[in-house]
Design a protein around this ligand. Structure first.
Ligand SMILES: Nc1ncnc2c1ncn2[C@@H]1O[C@H](COP(=O)(O)OP(=O)(O)OP(=O)(O)O)[C@@H](O)[C@H]1O
Length: 492
């Protein structure tokens, strides 16, 4: 159905059309010229009248003209972003000529472009065309960005569920505790624990806040920690290990080994300083240290959504857990590639509230390992999904490495500008659409899709911890439980 005609000058990227009737932003259209069939997207619409233009200052003229009741000539113009040549399956390289008819894109053409991926995320806005994404593209990472309440968690849930449905493995760091109690399935909840036996000395020293600028202290803790790990491994091998006692004596045993360093040439004040830092470590992380917990690598499941509920922890403990798990996963995937041992399947890792862990202003432990995965993860099948409602709080280097983006409603101009500058596959005219998106509506760009797609994400089929509680149902359930309890008490 023809909706308008090309007018004025056009380029291979953009054309202006004079519409025969009102058209909405985000509509996909097609135009045929020079043996090409080009798919375009309406990115701007204007209406006006040559008789009542912006310079009209006499309201009487308007009133008299209005008495003509619809006879006033007016126009509707739209800007079309030319996206894809359906005949050559490439970007358009010729501009349309003035007068070229413009039609609403047919469903068949839209399915060819948007419905070829591995998993369905939703429908093209205003149509019933499924939008499928190419899961392999997630190895080049994804940022899910949106203002609060726009549908980030729902998107994470739908995406994670459908990756698990095709036997994939997802690991979500559940900042708000909204996934570990959800209806996602198969769901595999993982206790947020740090087992020092799987930490490397550098990592352990960092948790004690002994960084590169304290080489003497680092040497003390490295030697003591390495000796401790070796002694535990030997006890495990010889079978005389009491795991329960291990947690109770860990700090004391390590302290003794630190003390021994004094006899091996370390200065007393350096040894004391390291012991102070060990005590602070014990206070800070006692809730998550557990020498009996499984290594994250043996705890991850494929064909599942693995969830680490970090919501009860403070941000330092969260940072310690997330950074350690990121490092272990990247190392284990490299090991698998090199030796066939380690983690034998790819993992998609979701970091919620990413601006907390990957802030441009703080050097968190997580930021170091997330940057490594952003740079190297693709080759080893470790994909990162960062989720944030404060895009401008994110480290720009990491954000720019997120090749794919699912951007839901963003209104804040500085957020929009920041995302635009961090994305070489995003243009100003697409960013302008972000303010008008509804809840659950998103712009998807990157290798996930062939061309930018405006999508209504499917609603997650089930409950999520973050969705508004069904108060009435919960009250009814509580009353039913009270009645059951009373009847059991009477009976018993
Ligand atoms: N695709 C969708 N279709 C319909 N409703 C949706 C969709 N996505 C989200 N919603 C609804 O919008 C509300 C907010 O969704 P959600 O919690 O996913 O947003 P959010 O951006 O994660 O919010 P917050 O920033 O508070 O975590 C929920 O009640 C949810 O049911």
């Amino acid at each position: 159905m023809i909706i308008g005609y090309v007018i004025g000058d056009a380029t291979p990227q953009q054309a202006t059309i004079l519409a025969v009737k009102p058209v909405r932003l985000g509509l996909y259209v097609t135009m045929e010229y020079d043996n090409e069939k080009v798919l375009g997207l309406i990115t701007n619409v204007t209406r006006g009248s040559p008789m009542i233009d912006g310079n009209t200052i006499d309201v009487g003229i308007v009133e008299r003209l209005n008495r003509f009741d619809g006879k006033i000539p007016h126009y509707i113009k739209a800007t079309v972003k030319l996206l894809y040549n359906l005949n050559s399956n490439s970007q358009p390289d010729l501009p349309p000529i003035a007068g070229t008819p413009v039609s609403l894109a047919e469903e068949e053409d839209l399915r060819k472009i948007f419905s070829e991926g591995d998993i369905t995320l939703g429908r093209l806005i205003g149509t019933n065309v499924p939008v499928n994404i190419r899961v392999g593209a997630l190895a080049r990472h994804l940022a899910i960005l949106a203002a609060t309440g726009s549908g980030k968690s729902n998107t994470v849930a739908v995406l994670s569920q459908r990756i698990a449905d095709i036997k994939g493995s997802v690991l979500i760091f559940d900042y708000h505790g909204e996934y570990y109690r959800s209806d996602i399935h198969p769901l595999h909840n993982i206790e947020p624990k740090l087992n020092p036996l799987y930490l490397n000395p550098r990592e352990f020293a960092t948790l004690l806040e002994i960084r590169g600028n304290a080489p003497i202290q680092y040497r003390i803790i490295r030697r003591a920690f390495t000796e401790y790990q070796k002694s535990v491994q030997e006890k495990i091998k010889s079978g005389d290990i009491d795991f329960e006692k291990l947690n109770q004596t860990f700090i004391k045993d390590l302290e003794d080994l630190i003390d021994d360093q004094e006899g091996k040439g370390a200065k007393k004040d350096s040894v004391d300083e390291v012991k102070n830092k060990l005590e602070e470590f014990a206070d800070k992380y006692s809730g998550i240290i557990d020498l009996t917990s499984k290594d994250i690598i043996s705890n991850l499941k494929t064909h599942s959504v693995n969830v680490v509920d970090i919501s009860p922890l403070d941000e330092d403990a969260m940072d310690a857990i997330v950074s350690h798990y990121l490092r272990r996963i990247l190392d284990a995937r490299k090991e698998y590639r090199r030796k066939g041992t380690g983690l034998r399947f790819p993992v998609i890792i979701v970091i919620e509230e990413a601006h907390v862990f990957l802030s441009k202003n703080d050097d968190t432990l997580t930021k170091f390992w997330a940057s490594r995965i952003a740079r190297e993860g693709r080759k080893f099948g470790v994909g990162l999904i960062i989720v944030s409602q404060r895009p401008k709080g994110l480290d720009e280097n990491i954000l720019s490495q997120m090749t794919n983006k699912i951007i839901l409603k963003i209104v804040e101009p500085s957020d929009k500008k920041y995302v635009l500058e961090a994305s070489d596959n995003l243009s100003e005219d697409l960013v302008e659409q972000l303010s008008s998106l509804g809840v659950g509506e998103a712009l998807i760009i990157g290798n996930l899709v062939k061309i930018p797609a405006f999508v209504k994400i499917d609603l997650f089929n089930g409950t999520l911890g973050g969705t508004d509680p069904d108060m009435r149902r919960e009250w009814e359930k509580a009353e039913e439980e009270d009645k059951l309890h009373e009847s059991l008490t009477d009976f018993g």
